[in-house]
Design a binder for this molecule. Structure first.
Ligand code: GLU
Length: 404
């Protein structure tokens, strides 16, 4: 089963459990619009390459479509569909007036130069600009895209619609501060995850394992290591372990210098699959989908799984973990900090305001605290796992908007 089928199966299940209106379930099982484009890009060596990209707009009942753009060789339509669906639910869980969308370009950014990435980004925006906009669909960063890519998007969008950049800042979030971005957006996914975890349990001296050392995993490691012990982390090249806790500041430097966490002094190497099964208090998948599956779920020894990645746990694994008493803090709650601060950025752009870091962090803390209580409350009320609780909550909220 692919991730899109997985996502739909959870919607069906939550729909039944939450006694959600059948029409709404059918609406959410369908995607409103899918844009599939192929576009040419001049490479540095003068050759021309055709790239393939998607923008999927799942649902806009609560507001404009919202969601990141991912650059990865494995991007495919079903993955982008699932990610778009999760965005609709995530925005509803976080109480944001936004719908769900997602985009992706099939490419390997690690093998492309900065100028090639810029031309590819602009080519993609040329191909989809009619379908995005500050009140229509608002992209953001996701796997292997960052604030610089978002800056190229505003520039290209402004050019295509014949407006000044300042007039269309709200077309994309996750921009750098100098491009009209918000304080706190870069750290928001990790910080939001930390707020969720702290609402759920005391983190002092707890043992944490993090799979993935991109924006979310790295920043989370930095924040949580102030109170807890990060005993293992991994990235796409491998994993490292140190029982007494890794020095995260040093590790970040090591990764910046060498391109990987592997080879960090004073640590031993560990295979990704072994890392997931380590004895720990909190396991944090912070990379890609479907890493906790039927194959390894019965061997997960963590008490809590905090999903900073989207879709890291398959529905079969969910069942096993729930039966074994492992608590999941599901993606559509745990990583909603990113889109929450994206929303704050968008509001600032639309109103021409600039908020302080303190204000953004305070608002994020409040939002994540409330959402966590609501999700846990719903799961308890229905006696189901936290993911189903979050789905039911989201579906009820989307359903409250008028069906036309
Ligand atoms: N890509 C992030 C996510 O999956 C952020 C989306 C956004 O800020 O719009 O939640």
């Amino acid at each position: 089963m692919n991730v899109y089928e997985n996502a739909k199966s959870v919607i069906r299940r939550a729909g039944e459990i939450g006694k959600i209106d059948d029409d709404l379930i059918r609406i959410l099982l369908n995607i409103q619009k899918e844009i599939h484009v192929r576009f040419p890009v001049k490479m540095d060596d003068g050759s021309l390459r055709i790239f393939e990209g998607y923008r999927v707009q799942h649902n806009n009942f609560l507001g404009p479509y919202k969601g990141g753009i991912r650059y990865h060789p494995d991007v495919d339509i079903n993955e982008v569909r699932a990610l778009a669906m999760w965005m609709s639910l995530k925005c509803a869980v976080a109480g944001l007036p936004l719908g769900g969308g997602k985009g992706g370009v099939v490419c390997n950014p690690k093998e492309m130069s900065r100028t090639e990435l810029e031309r590819m980004t602009k080519g993609f925006i040329d191909a989809i600009y009619l379908d995005i906009g500050p009140e229509k669909d608002i992209p953001a960063p996701d796997v292997y895209t960052n604030s610089e890519v978002m800056g190229w998007i505003v520039d290209e969008y402004a050019k295509q619609v014949g407006k000044k950049k300042e007039e269309v800042l709200g077309v994309v979030t996750g921009k750098s501060l100098s491009d009209g971005g918000s304080e706190g957006r870069g750290e928001a996914t990790a910080r939001g995850g930390e707020f969720v975890l702290m609402e759920f349990m005391a983190v002092k001296d707890k043992k944490i394992v993090i799979q993935g050392f991109g924006n979310a995993g790295r920043v989370f490691a930095k924040l949580i290591s102030k109170n807890a012990r990060v005993i293992a982390v991994s990235d796409s090249k491998g994993g490292i372990y140190k029982g007494e806790g890794l020095n995260i500041e040093e590790l970040i430097k090591h990764k910046e210098e060498t391109g990987s966490v592997v080879g960090f002094r004073d640590s031993s190497e560990i295979e990704n699959n072994e890392l997931l099964k380590l004895e720990c208090d909190v396991l944090v998948p912070a990379a890609l989908e479907s890493v906790i599956t039927l194959e390894n779920a019965s061997e997960i020894k963590a008490g809590v799984v905090l999903e900073l990645a989207n879709g890291p746990t398959t529905p079969e694994a969910d069942e096993i973990l729930f039966k074994r008493g492992v608590q999941i803090l599901p993606d559509i709650l745990a990583n909603a900090g990113g889109v929450s601060v994206s929303y704050f950025e968008w509001v600032q752009n639309m109103r021409g305001e600039k908020w302080s870091k303190e204000k953004v962090d305070e608002m994020l803390k409040e939002k994540m605290g409330v959402a966590t209580k609501e999700v846990l409350g719903k799961a308890k009320e229905l006696n189901v796992n936290n993911r189903l609780g979050a789905y039911v909550l989201a579906m009820e909220r989307i359903g409250r908007t008028q069906l036309q």
